[in-house]
Design a protein around this ligand. Structure first.
Ligand SMILES: [Zn+2]
Length: 654
């Protein structure tokens, strides 16, 4: 029905609408290179912005999911409108009167669109698409790549038939042609998310990918998940899913639910895995309660759905939900979120992590069905998982890190609102950390007070504090499959620790005002003398980038870039943050630098603590050294140097 509005009017709407303003209503944009703006894509899940708008050209494009077009296609996709509806909406905003071609007769403009019949039509289109994809996998020549992929994942032809896995041909128009031939209109295909509308007409939404039909609880196919299998696939995202449509809302679909619901209701258990192949592997291994989210984190809508099926009601014994996370940062965060979201839910949630982080599909591939079942059986309570993964990055052999780990874990314990349960957990965690129970208890109490003064609900703010770092460090194609670039996360520096706060400010000075430090002033400080591990990594980057000697020869901007490049990738976000975060002092008007006394006191404080730490380490080594050994002699000499250093420094700062 696109032809109904006069083409010249469509053109006028396009020219007069500001694509930037229209997109900004949905996406936060920031400058992204010459003539271009970027933001987080509204059509797929991502952490690093790959959604680009070029206002001068009137175009948008996402390098993550491959969607793109003009202002009209943006409105169509974001609001699920037909072409003419989108044009009308934009025209109304501009106050433009549209003219319609009379030639198409007296038919109503919205003939066949909307209404009760539409859902049925879209479901039929999806059923036909699923059949088309399945046939393409089983029978087409190019489907062989898909069959090989599934074979390599350990699935037989019977398996993929059972799950109705399919293959989307590479041509880019095969499905569209097939469905048109069955009488579906272009608008139906676009609204249903099966086709996209480009400058040269419709194209298949999924091209050259293995596809899984995503069914709602009644078994109707409402969308598809599609996995990249060709190296030459120009869309980098490993998984693409149907974008939001009248049938498909990603926050309320679970892949496999139609297959799992009966067993879930009977056993009052559910298993939440991370991908389509994991759902298949679980079901084939006999874990028939497995489901997966589709391109989004497990959220409150999912909880509600599972609750209904599991009959999670007061009075009944608690239902049990097992999450298999691949033990990485993303999974950990998802767990934390679930924990903060809902206490009752959290208390019946379990986490299963395989020893080497394998997912259920990997496990079945290497060891058969047994390890998959064992994985689910050996799940640990979510609470235990949350605490253990929070303290995992700390080196518990070091006293300061034990304390930092305690501080990091305290908010989780404080988030347990069941006050009868809390002391038990406090005792347990104190045991893991090797700290006195009273000390742990006091820290938890303090954390609880901070939480209640901030308002209820957020048990674990620090679990989210790493987002900035990931955003800056990321650089990875934004896959929907839940893979995260950061495997071992650095703990966020604990700024409540005054020394750590001083370290941070000193690093800010180093990055922002290197001219305010004397060239040799950092030489005496080995990186590991800093208390916060993340600060150590940044300081190593400062060293590797050439130190203050280099800083003098380049612009401040170039210096920050040099340090960033020389720093381990997982701390680059922090470098970036330190290079821009404001210092808590006023700059000297004459020099434009922070006050000398402030810089000196930061330096003295960090150097002194660093020396104290090295002295303590040397003393402790000395106690363990063989009397009269060369090691003992060396340690004594080292100690003498350290004491002299400290005396000199203290004399200087007095
Ligand atoms: Zn995208």
């Amino acid at each position: 029905m696109a032809g109904l509005i006069r083409p010249e009017d469509v053109q006028a709407v396009k020219e007069r609408s500001s694509i930037e303003d229209v997109v900004r209503e949905h996406v936060t944009l920031r400058p992204g290179g010459t003539g271009s703006l970027k933001g987080l894509c509204p059509f797929h899940d991502e952490k690093t912005p790959s959604f680009n708008v070029r206002p001068a050209v009137g175009a948008w494009h996402c390098f993550g999911c491959g969607e793109g077009g003009d202002v009209i296609s943006f409105i169509m996709q974001i609001d699920h409108l037909t072409f003419s509806e989108a044009v009308e909406r934009l025209a109304a905003k501009l106050g433009m009167e549209l003219r319609y071609d009379e030639s198409s007769g007296g038919r109503g403009r919205r003939d066949g669109e909307g209404g009760l019949g539409r859902r049925q039509r879209l479901l039929e289109a999806h059923r036909a698409a699923a059949e088309f994809y399945a046939t393409a996998l089983a029978e087409s020549t190019e489907g062989v790549t898909g069959r090989e992929f599934l074979d390599a994942k350990g699935f037989t032809a019977d398996d993929w038939v059972r799950f109705q896995v399919g293959y989307a041909p590479q041509s880019g128009e095969a499905l569209t042609r097939h469905l048109r031939g069955k009488g579906f209109t272009d608008d139906e295909l676009v609204i249903g998310g099966l086709s996209g509308r480009g400058s040269r007409g419709l194209y298949d939404r999924f091209r050259g990918r293995v596809v899984w039909p995503i069914r709602d609880i009644t078994g109707d196919t409402v969308g598809f998940g599609a996995r990249r299998i060709f190296d030459e696939d120009r869309i980098a995202a490993k998984y693409l899913n149907t974008s939001e449509t009248p049938l498909y809302r990603k926050t309320s679909v679970l892949y496999g639910l139609d297959l799992a619901k009966k067993a879930m209701a009977e056993q009052r258990r559910a298993v939440v895995v991370e991908g389509y192949t994991d759902v298949m592997a679980c079901h084939l291994a006999g874990v028939d309660t497995a489901v997966a989210t589709c391109g989004t984190a497990f959220g409150v809508d999912h909880i509600k759905m599972l609750r209904r099926i599991l009959r999670d009601e007061p009075g009944l014994s608690p239902a049990r939900v097992v999450f298999t996370f691949d033990g990485d940062a993303a999974g950990q965060k998802a767990a934390m979120r679930a924990f903060a979201e809902d206490q009752r839910w959290a208390s019946q949630s379990y986490v299963a992590v395989a020893p080497a982080g394998q997912d259920p599909n990997d496990l079945r591939l290497s060891g058969g069905d047994e390890p998959v079942r064992d994985l689910i059986e050996q799940a640990v309570p979510l609470f235990e998982f949350a605490v253990r993964s929070t303290i995992a990055p700390y080196n518990l052999d070091r006293a300061e890190e034990r304390v930092s780990a305690m501080r990091a874990a305290a908010p989780i314990l404080a988030g347990i609102r069941d006050t009868a349960l809390r002391p038990e957990y406090v005792r347990e965690v104190a045991g893991w950390l090797g700290l006195p129970v009273e000390r742990m208890g006091a820290e938890v109490l303090a954390a609880a007070r901070r939480q209640s003064s901030r308002g209820p609900g957020r048990a674990q703010p620090e679990a989210h504090a790493t987002t900035d770092r990931e955003r800056v460090a990321g650089g990875q194609p934004p896959g929907n499959g839940g893979e995260s670039p950061a495997r071992h996360e650095l703990p966020r520096p604990d700024l409540r620790d005054p020394l750590v706060a001083a370290e941070r400010q000193l690093l800010q000075v180093v990055l922002q005002y290197p001219g305010s430090l004397d060239e040799g002033s950092l030489e005496v400080l080995p990186a590991d003398a800093l208390r916060a591990p993340a600060h150590q990594v940044v300081f190593e980057g400062v060293r590797a980038g050439g130190g203050l000697a280099t800083a003098r020869t380049v612009s401040t901007q170039a210096w920050a870039a040099t340090v960033s490049e020389a720093t381990r990738t997982d701390a680059r976000g922090l470098v970036h943050e330190l290079a821009v975060a404001p210092l808590p002092v006023t700059l000297e008007p004459s020099s434009g630098l922070p006050p000398r006394r402030y810089v000196d006191s930061l330096l003295a404080r960090v150097l002194d603590a660093g020396l104290a730490r090295r002295i303590a380490d040397a003393m402790s080594a000395l106690q363990r050294a063989e009397p009269g050994s060369t090691q003992e002699r060396a340690l004594n000499e080292q100690l003498a140097v350290l004491y002299r250093e400290r005396a000199r420094m203290r004399a200087e700062t007095e």
